[in-house]
Design a protein around this ligand. Structure first.
Ligand code: AMP
Length: 398
């Protein structure tokens, strides 16, 4: 069985690695000739909008899935006329626009950050009045890893941000949804700044028959909007918080008739969860599941889309995952640490680029803290969040 994957980055790479033992074959489509999957699978290098390439790509595939959420919905819909596309293209559509995503959370009764749509610069003042300061202005589309965001703390920041906004709301932003009234879309969204206790994410997997499994909540640390460290299970977790996250994941996946792995990111604030965003794909905060869970997120995604039974999502002990951004350490220095697992994606180093990750798995929080302490000096810089990892692991011991 050959599975087509839209996007050929590290997530696709790890999907293929998880799929080979299941006897699956893969074909990727990605616009970049540098896409890492070229090392291990057939890769078609073409734009997602290239209909000829999509047609060729789809030939003989059992199904298509994606590892990149900014694949144009039209490309997914075009493919869906030829071959099953899972998760369904509607999930892509919901996740590509921050406003639609928050409206979906709201519709499903999932608590989210307070937000307001900002169509153009004239709309910013009233949005600020409604939401208050501090707030974060974000582009609704194509923003990732903290790109396309401005923190507004005072009136000066607001006027500066106005220069980034278009003069007038373009008509193309008001689209009519099929059979419904006008759909509210905007170029920007203003969100109340949440002084959260911590950031958490949940990964759920839903099979073709509606069977759902959920991984333990993960604690995430970002620097400059990029994920640097994940701890799983999230230290000191109240069972009620885990239940809230699972409930949110179930509501979203059922409402979208979702199939595959779905990630939702939350802020933990004043004892509750506020949903920030979702990703209709395997997720960076789930890389620890390769060694740290009974079934990895990658294998479970493939089990789900191919209609196989889902695997257990329990963690094995506790794990820390550190992203390698912009540069990689000396491999032998990492591998000398017991229970350290190094993953290099084969990408050319560039500032801000995710080049690999390291997962440390331990039987106990004590052991995790001691393994983290053994990591080479490369990781002892503030942007690796090792101090946060150590203090969280210590709090687990307490
Ligand atoms: P996002 O692209 O929405 O995931 O935002 C990137 C990072 O910015 C998040 O992981 C948070 O650390 C921070 N952030 C985003 N939105 C908010 C918010 N409303 N309040 C506080 N911090 C935020």
């Amino acid at each position: 069985m050959t599975i087509g994957i839209l996007g050929g980055g590290q997530l696709g790479y790890m999907l293929a690695l998880a799929g080979y033992p299941l006897g699956l074959h893969f074909r990727f489509l990605d616009p970049s000739p540098e896409a890492p999957v070229g090392r291990i699978a057939t890769r078609i290098t073409a734009e997602f909008s290239d209909r000829g390439a999509l047609k060729k790509f789809a030939q003989g595939l059992a199904l298509v899935t994606y590892e990149f959420e900014n694949v144009p919905v039209e490309a997914a819909e075009y493919l869906a006329e030829r071959v099953p596309v899972l998760p369904p293209p509607a999930a892509l559509e919901a996740a590509q626009d921050r406003l639609k995503e928050k409206q979906l959370f709201q519709k499903l009764g999932i608590a989210t950050t307070e937000f307001a749509a900002v169509a153009d610069r004239n709309a910013l003042d009233s949005a600020v009045q409604q939401i208050g300061l501090p707030a974060i202005l974000k582009t609704c589309r194509m923003g990732y890893d903290g790109k396309g965001q401005w923190i507004l703390r005072n009136a000066e920041d607001v006027s500066r941000a106005k220069n980034e906004l278009p003069h007038e709301h373009s008509a193309s932003h008001t689209k009519r949804a099929k059979g419904e009234g006008p759909e509210q879309t905007a170029a920007f969204i203003l969100e109340r700044f949440v002084p959260f206790t911590r950031e958490l994410s949940i990964l759920a997997v839903r099979g073709r028959t509606g069977e759902t499994a959920v991984y333990p909540l993960i604690e995430n640390h970002h620097r400059g909007g990029i994920l640097r460290l994940s701890l799983a299970p999230a230290p000191g977790l109240e069972p009620a918080i885990q239940r809230m996250a699972e409930d949110a994941a179930r509501r979203v996946s059922e409402s979208l008739q979702y199939v595959g792995v779905l990630a939702i990111e939350f802020f933990e604030h004043q004892g509750r969860l506020l949903a920030n965003e979702m990703a209709p794909r395997v997720h960076n905060s789930g890389h620890w599941t390769i060694e740290g869970a009974i079934t990895s997120q990658f294998e479970n995604h493939l089990r789900a889309v191919t209609g196989q039974p889902l695997g257990a999502t329990n963690g094995i002990g506790c794990s820390a995952m550190l992203n390698l951004i912009g540069e990689v350490p000396d491999s032998s220095e990492v591998l000398t640490v017991r229970d350290a697992h190094l993953h290099l994606y084969g990408k050319t180093p560039r500032a801000g680029r995710k080049l690999g990750h390291v997962t440390l798995r331990a039987a106990s929080p004590e052991q995790l803290a001691s393994r983290l302490g053994e990591l080479p000096s490369f990781f002892h810089r503030p942007d690796y969040c090792l101090d946060a990892a150590l203090s969280r692991a210590a709090s687990l011991r307490a």
